[in-house]
Ligand binder design. Structure first.
Ligand code: IDP
Length: 150
């Protein structure tokens, strides 16, 4: 079992797509083990996107992610990191394949609806950055053997 951090970005919240997209993750077999809506401050935004500091789109990205509330979650499941990123599709919504979340709902490089951690190291760092220990649940969802069998 693996955990990953997802952020339903301000465009997703404004466009009222949080439920629909969360549903796609759940339908794939991922379980929600943490979830909250928060207004991100500049310090957290800069920490989360530290690897992009100095890039031409950085200031715009920080402005975007702090412009409205986000819904941040921890999803758990088999190969959760890869599964989430595969469902999300390419970063640029214009290039993302049809059938992926970004391919189906986004036409933008920046406003691409959902963030997903890109490696086990990032997932661990990001979950600790966005959630306190008691905010992430540990349990075995009923029926897990049917989701992951074989
Ligand atoms: P990812 O979210 O697919 O992992 P990253 O390259 O890590 O993509 O970029 C982080 C976020 O920064 C993207 O999801 C997107 O919102 C934004 N971003 C990336 N490249 C650009 C760009 O060229 N212009 C504007 N925003 C960008």
């Amino acid at each position: 079992m693996q955990r990953t951090l997802v952020i339903f970005k301000p465009d997703c919240v404004h466009r009222r797509l949080v439920g629909q997209i969360l549903s796609r993750f759940e339908a794939k077999g991922l379980a929600v083990v943490g979830l909250k809506l928060i207004q991100v401050d500049r310090a957290l935004a800069e920490k989360h996107y530290a690897e992009h500091a100095g890039k031409p789109f950085f200031e715009g990205l920080i402005g975007f992610i702090t412009s409205a509330p986000v819904v941040v979650g921890v999803l758990e499941g088999n190969e959760a990191i890869t599964v989430v990123r595969t469902l999300l599709g390419a970063t640029n919504g214009v290039a993302a394949a049809p059938g992926t979340i970004r391919g189906d709902y986004s036409s933008s490089k920046q406003n691409n609806l959902v963030h997903g951690s890109d490696s086990p190291e990032s997932a661990e760092r990001e979950i600790a950055m966005w959630f306190k220990a008691g905010e992430v649940a540990s349990f075995t969802p009923a029926g897990s053997e049917w989701v992951i069998g074989g």
